[in-house]
Design a protein around this ligand. Sequence first.
Ligand code: ADP
Length: 462
Amino acid sequence: MRQWDKLFYHQSLKTKWTLSTAIVIFISYAAICIVIYIALYSWLLQNEENNAMRTADDLTAFLQSQRGSITIQEIQSNTGLLKAIVNQNQTVRIFNFDGYEVLRINDFSPSAKIDLSDESFLTTITKDEVKEDVFVIHRLVQIGSFQGILQLIHPLSTFQSMMQYVLTAMLIAGIGAVFLAGSISYYLANLLIKPLKDLRDSMDTVRDKGFEEQINFSYNADDEIGDLLTIYRNMMAELQQSFLKQQQFVSDASHELRTPIQAIEGHLSLIKRWGKNDPQVLEESIDTSLSEVARMKKMIEELLDLARNEKKDANATATIETVLGSVQTELQLIYPEAEIVIESSGKQKQVKITENALEQIIRNLIENGIRYNDKKPIIHVHVNYEDDKLILTIADNGIGIAKEHLPHIFDRFYRVDASREHNGGTGLGLSITKMLTEKYSIDMDVKSKLGEGTKFILKFKI
Ligand code: ADP
């Protein structure tokens, strides 16, 4: 049995399906046939027995009614009346008590043995199977002065051929049903398994040749398989996009890192050639190289921040005023000329974000307002608590961002004016800000006017 299980287990899904359907249909059909056959068999056999009994009863009733008025000789010479009672294929014999046959109507079956010693032979109906399948009924009869035994033999050949016919019909219909069920389930299995095969082929192709070589599925039905294919398609599209993004990110990162390295390389060669004798070249080159190294260090830190994309801390809370205070102190040290004005309205509440992430977001936005500014930087920060939200606005009086650049400022490595590289910008600050706001479900909006300034509006859920 285990071997059969193993054999079945390793068959294709199509074979399993076809085989199981055929087997289940065959077993159900066989069970129904067996029940019908047994019921039909007992019903028809009972019918035959009733027929035989009825003839025997009719014969004895007739002879009883003629008791005194007719002799055995008269019946012998005229069997017409008895023949009318007896069915065509039944045989009737009358014996005297010595076992001598005195009368016979029809002769389809040979006589059956009469065992006078067994008292019950008169009351039972026996099924004699020695010569052929027949019912035998015995009755005591009296005709005039004659007393004897009437023997009725009822053959079961019609019943048997009928049962044989039923059995053959059932077998033929059964084999037909199994073949039909097998073919239909094979067709259905083919129909339903084809998309799964396509899916497997598509996965194989993607594994071997990459995302470009995807198979298009023709199966569009609105069922579980259709759902599976749609999920697979969407998943592949997402994977492909994230794969492309990753490739783009790696190529952008290496390109961006190459620029400061090339600058440092250039300055080192300059020092090697002229710097030893020219202290001015030496000083300038070392300064530029150091600032490039600082920029590279910042970029690497930011890249690591983006790549790490740490999991959201669902239980974290932070007080915005505390974070604003520490960022303000830190930035005032770096940019003493800048003015950072913080105002707050409404009842103070905590927001669901880690202090570290909130600090990064606020520092990036305020620092950008200071860096991208050609006047004395004044940054207005306003914290407004409402019922279920907190609105934080950071507005600067800087150079502003042109309309066409606004949709791209959150893209990685995007810089509006690459020539302002001396600002130490990497084009990653706002990408990190966006990643953090998305992670903590903070709604971020930006409004800007060239020459007037930029305003970032952040909505936190409380
Ligand atoms: P970076 O690190 O180079 O500053 P960001 O991602 O922070 O990169 O910003 C992307 C670009 O958006 C910057 O190069 C700058 O041109 C523009 N930008 C960002 N914030 C401001 C602002 N407050 N005012 C004007 N321009 C800004």
